[in-house]
Ligand binder design. Structure first.
Ligand code: NOJ
Ligand code: CA
Length: 558
C-alpha cells in the first residue's frame, strides 16, 4: 500500500495573491512562493494547498476561472507552475491545487458562447438558464439567494437586444453555475484533473463540493438568506449536499486512482452534520473533507469537545481521517474570533464573525496558541492558513474604497467581506510592505498591512522562543517525531467541564485550560511544549494548552 500521507499531513494554505510578491507589482505570485519554499519546509509542514491560480478576471479572488489549464499572468506561467511543483517536491512538500467545478467565470468561452447562442441553443445547456417569472419574465425563476447576497439569478440581454432568460449563480453574477447534468461538463472536469495530475499535482481541494447538483425543477426555498458558512437548513435542500454529487466524486476518485502515486481530494463542503460530511468520504469517494465544526465552535470546552467527538466518530464510520482547520481565506482569522466574548453556540455566518469587534488581540493570540496545540494533537490531518503561524489577526479597518471582496458590493455595503483575512503577509523589516514585495517594487501590496505587523514578521519571530512562529515550529517538530501523534484515535480523560484532556497512545497527553483559573499539571508528567509558561506552582494558566509526556496510567492524569 503506498504511503497514505494525507491521513496525518499538515497542509499549509497558500493564498497566492497575499503570500509573497516576486516581481514587485504588489500581488503575490509563483516566483514569490518559490522563493519561500525553504521557509515552508523549515516550518515542518507536509504539503501546500494553493488557492486558484488559473486565468481569471479576479472578481472573486480567482474563484471565477476562464481557463482551467493555464496560470493567470499575474501569478506566472504554466512552466513556472511546473517548476514550482518540482521544487516543492524536492523540499519534501506535496502540492494541492484548487479545483472550482461549481461555476466558471462569465468570461469563460463556454459562457460567452451560451450568451451568444441565445435561448434553446446547445451552449446554454452547459449552464442553468431559465425564463423569468411574472409579466414578460421580469422576475427571477425562483427565490434562491446568492451566497454573497442578492438574488442568485441575473437576466441576460439576448443577441437580439431584448431582455431574455436568467442564469443561476450561487455566488457572484460573474460566476455562472455549471449544469452538472450535462455529460460534457463531467468529461471536461475529469480531463482537467488529469491535466494537472500529469504535471505532478498531488491532489485538489474541491471548491463548493456540496453545490454541484441542483434539484431538477429548481423549487423555491422559501427563505431569504444564505451565507457562505450556513449549512443547508433542511434535508433535501434544492442546491446543497444533494445525493447526486457522490456519483461525480466516484468518477473523480477513479481518475486519481489510475496514478501510481496517491492523488487525493479534500472537499470544501458546508453540510448540515458530520454524518452528512462522512458520506463524501465513503470508500471509493473523496479522501478528506474539512471538519468546519471545529472552526465554527466558540472558545468553550463543551463546543470544542463535541465538534471533535462528532467529527472523529463520523470519519471513523467510513475509515477516513479527520481534517481540522481553524482559519482559511473565507472566515475571520481565529485570533480575532477568539479575542472577543464567546457565544454559547457555534458561529453561523461570516456576518456574525465580523460584527463582534472590538478585538482583544493579546487574548486572541493567547487562545490561538492554545488552539494550535489542541488542533495539532488531534488524530488526523490539519490545515494551516498562511499567517496563522505568525499570529496574524483580521484587519478590520481596511479603507472601504480598497475592499475587493464581492460580498461588500452585493450586500449593499452591509458586510465588509473577507478581505481582512487576506492582507499580504509580513516577512521582514519595520515598515510595509514588510518584505512582501522586493525593494524594487513598483506598487504597494494590493491590500495595506497594519503598521503593528512589524512585531509579527517572520524575521522578527524567528529564533524568539516565545513567538507564535517558534511555537508552530516546535509543535510540528514534535508532531512529526512522536509516535502517538498523527493518524488513529484519542482517549478523553476525566477533567473539569472547562478543560479538555485527552491521551494519545503511547505516552502523550494534551491539556487545554478553557477556565479562568490556572490548573495544576499532573505530577509525573513531563512538559513537551506549552502555549504559555506554566505558573511557579507548575499550573497551566487560563487559555493555555500543554503537551505532556506521560508514562504512568494516563487515566489517572487529569
Ligand atoms: C469557496 C471559496 O473558498 C470562496 O473563497 C469562494 O468565494 C467560493 N467558494 C466561491 O467559489
Ligand atoms: Ca507579483
Amino acid at each position: 500500500m503506498p504511503d497514505q500521507w494525507w491521513r496525518d499531513a499538515v497542509v499549509y494554505q497558500v493564498y497566492l495573491r497575499s503570500f509573497a510578491d516576486g516581481n514587485g507589482d504588489g500581488i503575490g505570485d509563483l516566483t514569490g512562493l518559490r522563493a519561500r519554499l525553504q521557509y515552508l519546509a523549515g516550518l515542518g509542514i507536509d504539503a501546500i494547498w494553493v488557492n486558484p491560480w488559473y486565468p481569471s478576471p479576479m472578481v472573486d479572488g480567482g474563484y471565477d476561472v476562464t481557463d482551467y489549464r493555464a496560470i493567470d499572468p499575474v501569478f506566472g506561467t504554466l512552466a513556472e507552475a511546473e517548476t514550482l511543483i518540482q521544487e516543492a517536491h524536492r523540499h519534501g512538500l506535496r502540492v494541492l491545487a484548487d479545483i472550482v467545478p461549481n461555476h466558471t467565470s462569465d468570461r469563460h468561452p463556454w459562457f460567452q458562447a451560451a450568451l451568444a447562442g441565445g435561448p434553446g441553443s446547445l451552449p446554454r445547456q452547459r449552464y442553468i438558464f431559465r425564463p423569468g417569472r411574472g409579466d414578460d419574465g421580469h422576475l427571477p425563476p425562483n427565490d434562491w439567494r446568492s451566497v454573497f447576497g442578492s438574488p442568485a439569478w441575473t437576466r441576460v440581454t439576448e443577441p437580439d437586444g431584448h431582455p431574455g432568460e436568467w442564469y443561476l449563480h450561487l455566488f457572484s453574477a460573474e460566476q455562472p453555475d455549471l449544469n452538472w447534468d450535462h455529460p460534457e461538463i463531467r468529461a471536461e472536469f475529469e480531463s482537467i484533473l488529469r491535466f494537472w495530475f500529469d504535471r505532478g499535482v498531488d491532489g485538489f481541494r474541491i471548491d463548493v463540493a456540496h453545490g454541484l447538483v441542483k434539484a431538477p425543477d429548481l423549487p423555491d426555498l422559501g427563505i431569504d438568506n444564505e451565507d457562505i458558512l450556513a449549512p443547508p437548513d433542511r434535508p433535501g435542500h434544492p442546491h446543497w449536499d444533494r445525493d447526486g454529487v457522490h456519483e461525480i466524486y466516484r468518477g473523480w476518485r477513479a481518475v486519481a486512482d489510475a496514478y501510481p502515486e496517491p492523488r487525493v481530494f479534500v472537499a470544501e463542503a458546508w453540510v448540515e452534520s458530520s454524518g452528512r460530511l462522512a458520506r463524501y468520504l465513503q470508500p471509493g469517494e473523496l479522501h478528506a473533507a474539512f471538519a468546519f465544526d471545529l472552526l465554527r465552535a466558540p472558545w468553550r470546552a463543551p463546543w470544542l469537545r463535541s465538534a471533535i467527538e462528532e467529527s472523529l466518530a463520523a470519519v471513523a464510520s467510513v475509515g477516513a481521517p479527520a481534517t481540522w482547520v481553524l482559519s482559511n481565506h473565507d472566515v475571520v482569522r481565529h485570533v480575532s474570533r477568539y479575542g472577543r466574548p464567546q457565544p454559547d453556540r457555534p458561529l453561523q455566518s461570516l456576518a456574525e464573525m465580523l460584527a463582534e469587534a472590538p478585538t482583544d488581540i493579546d487574548l486572541g493570540q493567547r487562545r490561538a496558541r492554545a488552539a494550535a496545540l489542541l488542533m495539532l494533537a488531534l488524530p488526523g490531518s490539519a490545515y494551516l492558513y498562511q499567517g496563522e503561524e505568525l499570529g496574524l489577526w483580521e484587519v478590520e479597518d481596511l479603507p472601504e474604497e480598497l475592499l475587493q471582496d464581492p460580498v461588500w458590493e452585493r450586500s449593499g455595503h452591509r458586510e465588509r467581506g473577507r478581505d481582512g483575512a487576506r492582507v499580504p503577509l509580513p516577512w521582514s523589516g519595520d515598515t510595509p510592505p514588510f518584505g512582501f514585495s522586493p525593494s524594487t517594487a513598483t506598487a504597494p501590496p494590493w491590500l495595506p498591512q497594519p503598521e503593528a505587523w512589524k512585531r509579527f514578521t517572520a524575521a522578527a519571530q524567528r529564533g524568539d522562543p516565545e513567538s507564535m512562529l517558534e511555537l508552530y515550529r516546535a509543535a510540528l517538530r514534535i508532531r512529526r517525531r512522536h509516535p502517538a501523534l498523527g493518524d488513529r484515535t484519542l482517549r478523553w480523560l476525566d477533567a473539569p467541564p472547562d478543560m479538555l484532556a485527552f491521551a494519545r497512545d503511547p505516552g502523550f497527553l494534551c491539556l487545554v485550560n478553557l477556565s479562568t483559573q490556572p490548573v495544576p499539571v499532573p505530577a509525573g508528567a513531563r512538559v513537551l511544549l506549552a502555549s504559555s509558561p506554566l505558573t511557579a506552582g507548575r499550573a497551566l494558566p487560563a487559555d493555555a494548552a500543554a503537551w505532556l509526556a506521560w508514562s504512568a496510567k494516563p487515566d489517572e492524569a487529569a
